[in-house]
Ligand binder design. Structure first.
Ligand code: MOS
Length: 694
């Protein structure tokens, strides 16, 4: 392959695809280690209280059992500040499913069988696990995830609503949902002397290293984390959860033998995070001409009593539409529940469901087409900070999407279109996601006398194509072909990298690689022979001089066609189209797949996902794929994602915006809006199930 700038954007096949198809790509639990001890967690059967005793006698009699770890014999941690991770340090139980121990055995089967024979006894206290708006005593202001202000308030929302020609005032809810990556969370932990090796399924090896080092009171360099491939995470593998601590504790007991812990799908429903349910009151005020005068978004959601996590649900509302009077608030209910965490587009995914359905309701109330209504309320600058956008092409996405979807000439009347027994409708919603940057990533490039280059960075490929995209970025920046570049990622022995989170991966890692390549080309211009000893340079993610001056976000517009059966209420989505503005696309093939994956997860949010909590016991009842529904191929019709030409020289050296999360944002609203167009029934509560239409 010759060096050309067209390498960026090319639909290059995954460089590790062949390894994955052959089963040669190693996932966490597959790393070959000598005589692993198998670890099966013990989980609390109560939602709140304390353990008064644990009878392990029957478990210990099982063949192959090596020991039972409980709070009575567990290693003491150096730091107990993080109550989610500081497991087995006391007999207290803070939520149902919390780890209270583990069985260690020669086989996974023996460990699991023995775990069923352990008999804990408890003193229970009355728990509360229900997110309910009528419990203001539970609700307190929280700091919002991502460092955003909890509340914002501009102008006079109540005054503007009182005098508005048209008002929408409605409550939207989204349920608790669980991350379900294909590869379950898994960790192999191994102590040798005072060093710890972790083969862990993670979105960031250095984040695991640093978190575990603090818990165990170790120098980070004494922990080695390895993860070349991750089978999805969606945020649930962003930071290590308690199972990593449990595996490391178990390994301490059996050292130098490794300890292997693979969570079951059911266990994942209580210990690796989830998306909190949300209750969102949205009030919009409009002039008769369809110009918004007030936007108000008040959110109630839950957090765990032991560790605060505040989903930034109303934050996207701060950037979407112009209006002089605006307000956003977040309030948390502290409950006896597992700790919520990141799930693909935390904040934007639920918040944009509420806002974009409310926008549809307001468009209809004003007698305007919903595409035109959004365009009419497009802001010139960031509506709350007043900063210019580095680029903002929402209108271009709406227009291009409308053109490709065949939106023009749409009859706005609801319940007006039949195809036999099916009611047919179309809907639109906007997408947005911030362009975040996390400082710290570094990359090393080594030029070798044979003309090849090694690129080293502790980045992660969580199934998205980072192996390929980073190789493209490196080859492009060096001015060589991809076959000249050998990339290494997924190992803390490599230069520090931030994790795959907040859709920052390619942006931060790629920028560090581009910086290293520039330094290398200063030392060693292209075409010059490499000295025998080779040349090595280190690059780093540069500070962005525009950060704090420009508002940086990606945008998109999603269009859905929905058919609802008049007799059964069954809802089908034969068509989904997303048009996005994401700066420069690095890899057209893997990038499109990311956007399609996001939209598919958005359809899943619209129609399927709902973690049902039993308030009597505090657990998620439908904790497996039999009952926690996600779409199968038959649920997805004609789905397409594309992007407009967008040039943004301000976001980073590649001009690229993140694409991992944008695709899920807005899909559920587009489907709900299309369902309203089809049936005349407004669904404000997810998921949209067939009973709503009967
Ligand atoms: Mo993403 S939810 O920041 O992994």
């Amino acid at each position: 392959m010759t060096a050309t700038t067209s390498l960026i954007g090319a639909p290059v096949d995954r460089i590790e695809g062949d390894e994955k198809v052959r089963g040669a790509a190693l996932y966490a639990a597959e790393h070959p280690v000598q005589r692993p001890v198998h670890v099966f967690p013990l989980q609390s059967d109560i939602a709140l209280g304390r353990i008064t005793g644990i009878d392990t006698a029957a478990a210990m009699r099982e063949p192959g059992v090596l020991g039972v770890l409980t709070h009575e014999n567990a290693p003491r941690l150096a730091s107990t500040k993080d109550a989610e991770l500081a497991i087995l340090q006391s007999p207290e139980v803070a939520f149902r499913g919390q780890f209270i121990g583990a069985v260690l055995a020669e086989t996974a089967e023996a460990a699991r069988r023995a775990a069923n024979l352990v008999r804990p006894s408890y003193e229970t206290r009355t728990h509360d696990v229900s997110l309910h708006p009528a419990r203001p005593d539970l609700v307190k202001p929280g700091e919002v995830n991502g460092g955003f202000p909890t509340d914002t308030d501009d102008g006079d929302v109540d005054g503007a609503l009182a005098t508005a020609a048209v008002v929408v005032d409605a409550t939207y809810t989204t349920p608790q949902e669980h991350n379900n990556p294909l590869e379950p969370h898994a960790t192999i932990a191994m102590w040798t002397d005072d060093e710890l090796t972790l083969y862990d399924s993670t979105q960031g090896v250095h984040w695991v290293r640093d978190t575990i080092a603090a818990l165990f009171g170790m120098e980070p360099h004494r922990i080695h984390v390895v993860c070349p491939h991750t089978g999805g995470g969606f945020g649930s593998k962003g930071l290590p959860h308690a199972h990593v601590v449990l595996a490391a504790m178990a390994a301490q007991l059996v050292a130098p033998r490794p300890a292997k812990l693979v969570l079951t799908r059911q266990q994942m429903f209580s210990v690796v995070g989830y998306r909190t349910g949300t209750i969102q009151r949205i009030r919009l005020g409009c002039e008769a001409s369809g110009v918004l005068t007030a936007i108000s978004h008040d959110v109630v959601e839950q957090t765990s009593r032991i560790k605060e996590f505040a989903e930034q649900t109303a934050v996207p509302t701060r950037v979407m539409y112009a209006a002089p009077n605006r307000r956003t608030t977040h309030r948390l209910a502290e409950l006896d529940v597992p700790v919520p965490s990141w799930m693909r587009a935390p904040g934007e995914a639920p918040g944009m469901f509420g806002l974009e359905v409310a926008m549809d309701e307001m468009a209809i109330a004003c007698g305007l087409d919903p595409v035109e209504f959004r365009i009419r309320n497009e802001p010139d600058t960031d509506p709350e900070t007043g900063r210019p956008f580095s680029s903002r092409n929402l209108v271009a996405c709406l227009r291009e999407g409308a053109r490709r979807f065949g939106w023009d000439g749409r009859d706005p009347a609801p319940r007006a279109h039949h195809d036999g027994s099916w009611l047919v409708g179309t809907g639109v919603a906007a997408s947005t996601y911030p362009v975040f940057s996390m400082p710290g990533s570094r990359a090393i490039i080594q030029a070798r006398p044979d003309g090849r280059y090694r690129v080293l960075i502790g980045a992660a490929d969580i199934g998205t194509g980072a192996w390929t995209a980073l190789t493209q970025i490196a080859a492009d920046a060096l001015g060589v072909g991809m076959s000249e570049v050998a990339l290494s990622i997924g190992d803390t022995d490599l230069p520090y990298a931030t994790g795959a989170g907040g859709s920052t991966g390619i942006l931060c890692w790629g920028s560090a690689i581009v910086d290293a390549a520039r330094r290398l080309r200063t030392e060693l211009p292209a075409g010059e022979p490499v000295p025998d000893e080779g040349v090595e340079v280190t690059g780093a993610l540069p500070d962005n001089p525009y950060a704090g001056q420009l508002s940086m976000h990606s945008f998109g517009a999603q269009f859905a066609e929905v058919r609802v059966h008049t007799a059964t209420g069954e809802l089908r989505v034969p068509r989904l189209l997303g048009i996005f503005a994401v700066g420069r696309m690095i890899n057209a093939k893997t990038g499109r797949s990311q956007l399609l994956g996001g939209m598919t997860m958005g359809l899943s949010m619209a129609l399927h996902e709902h973690s049902v909590v039993d308030p009597r016991f505090g657990h998620v009842v439908n904790h497996d794929f039999a009952e926690y529904h996600i779409p199968v191929n038959a649920d997805i019709g004609d789905i397409e994602a594309d992007w407009i030409d967008e040039h943004d020289p301000y976001v980073n050296p590649m001009g690229a915006k993140g694409i991992g999360e944008l695709g899920i944002v807005g899909t559920a609203a587009a489907i709900a809006n299309a369902a309203h167009h089809a049936t005349g029934i407004r669904v404000r509560d997810l998921p949209i199930t067939l009973d709503r239409f009967l």
